[in-house]
Design a protein around this ligand. Structure first.
Ligand code: NAD
Ligand code: GLY
Length: 365
């Protein structure tokens, strides 16, 4: 990080359930700001064994005078599990949490998704606050209220729409984020531009170096622009009846890649990066977009230090089988997010499996 810039506030506008997303350095210590979002006396902080030693104490200082406890997950996607929701609910029971209790999610998307789902389940829904500590969770998972956990059959198969009361994105926490995780977050920033914002895509091309260096001015602008874009989509289509599905550009391919790699070969953001490129190539094959759009996407992903190839040894037939499980599909047909070029994502139903397989085969050769 190179310098300190003023915090940004973006509102997710959902009537009585509207909430602010605050982005800035040092916000974890701005207790007055986030304590205003707490309504009751009970707080459960959900975090993990990597993040809690770094940041829990700073959050705890803001919980003075309240009855609170913490529940810590082991680190990793494998722990975004139903079993751990059960343990977290038990922690709320032990705390004696009432209906005005609040769950605080302190961590990346794994913690945020599980904590949000726990809050959605306890007494049919209590408040929760997102304190995202990865770039990916700041620009994507903490905003918009998608919560849930994985099943052995697939990622995010169980969940609920449950909006947080506030999102506190303290960019100072990114100082300790490993480089690979930081780059995975950049994939979700690029995704927003690729879906629906040509000017932002060009801005990212021009600021790729600054973002690689974690220049704070560029970083806050990139996070705020992506969050503003996502907040607009969520406000128009909270429960994904239409437009919100566009936010899944690259996800059907990406989730298949993540699952095939047993969540250890590719990080979520890396899966999205490769997945977006496969979606671009499929769009090209279907005559929806030109080669120059795929080339610009490849260059931007590479400039952000992200993978642009399917890892060696992946089986195209297996990947296609995993893609059939995606939540966006309707019975018997593949429904994918493709594009007509940069900034023009589109929902396409009835995609021919032979075309998908051809793109997967090309990418695994
Ligand atoms: P993550 O939560 O696993 O965090 C990545 C790694 O960074 C972990 O090892 C974590 O312990 C560590 N970490 C977190 N903050 C740190 C910090 N400040 N310093 C050092 N280490 C830190 O992964 P993620 O990329 O944040 O999130 C991925 C998850 O988010 C996936 O489960 C994905 O499905 C989900 N997701 C959800 C949505 C949504 O809308 N709900 C959107 C995108 C992704
Ligand atoms: N990450 C996709 C969504 O929030 O809808």
């Amino acid at each position: 990080m190179t310098r300190t810039v003023a915090p940004e506030t973006i509102d997710v506008t959902l009537g009585a359930r509207s909430y602010p997303v605050w982005i800035g350095r040092g916000l974890l210590d701005d207790h007055a700001r986030w304590r205003a979002a707490l309504r009751g006396r009970h707080v459960l902080v959900i975090s993990n064994h990597t993040v809690a030693p770094l940041y829990l104490e700073r959050v705890a200082r803001g919980l003075d005078g309240l009855q609170w406890s913490s529940f810590l997950l082991d680190d990793g996607e494998a722990h975004k599990s139903f079993a751990n929701v059960g343990h977290a609910l038990q922690a709320l029971a032990t705390l004696g949490a009432t209906r005005d209790a609040c769950v605080i999610a302190l961590g990346g998307g794994v913690v945020g998704d599980l904590a949000g789902f726990t809050a959605a389940c306890w007494m049919r829904g209590i408040d929760f606050i997102q304190m995202p500590t990865t770039l990916l969770s700041m620009v994507d998972s903490s905003v918009g209220g998608k919560t849930g956990v994985n099943l052995p059959a697939g990622k995010n198969l169980v969940g609920a729409f449950h909006q947080p009361r506030a999102v506190i994105a303290d960019i100072g926490t990114l100082d300790s984020l490993p480089e690979r995780e930081y780059r995975a977050g950049l994939a979700e920033v690029i995704k927003g531009a690729a879906i629906g914002d040509t000017a932002f895509f060009a801005w990212l091309e021009a600021h790729a170096d600054a973002l690689q260096r974690r220049d704070e001015t560029a970083l806050v602008q990139a996070i705020a622009t992506k969050v503003r874009y996502k907040a607009g989509v969520v406000a128009r289509d909270e429960t994904e009846q239409g437009e919100r599905a566009l936010l899944n550009l690259g996800h059907t391919f990406g989730h298949a890649l993540e699952t095939a790699g047993r969540y250890t070969t590719l990080l979520h953001g890396e899966g999205v990066a490769v997945g977006m490129l496969l979606a671009a190539r499929l769009s090209e094959r279907l005559g929806m977009s030109g080669a120059e759009d795929s080339a610009r996407l490849t260059q931007l992903l590479q400039a952000a230090g992200l993978p642009t190839a399917v890892p060696a040894g992946f089986d195209p037939e297996q990947l296609l089988g995993l893609m059939r499980l995606d939540k966006k599909n309707t019975a018997g047909t593949l429904r994918l997010i493709l594009w007509r070029g940069i900034g023009q994502a589109e929902i396409v139903t009835g995609v021919n499996e032979a075309d998908v397989l051809a793109v997967l085969r090309e990418a695994t050769n």
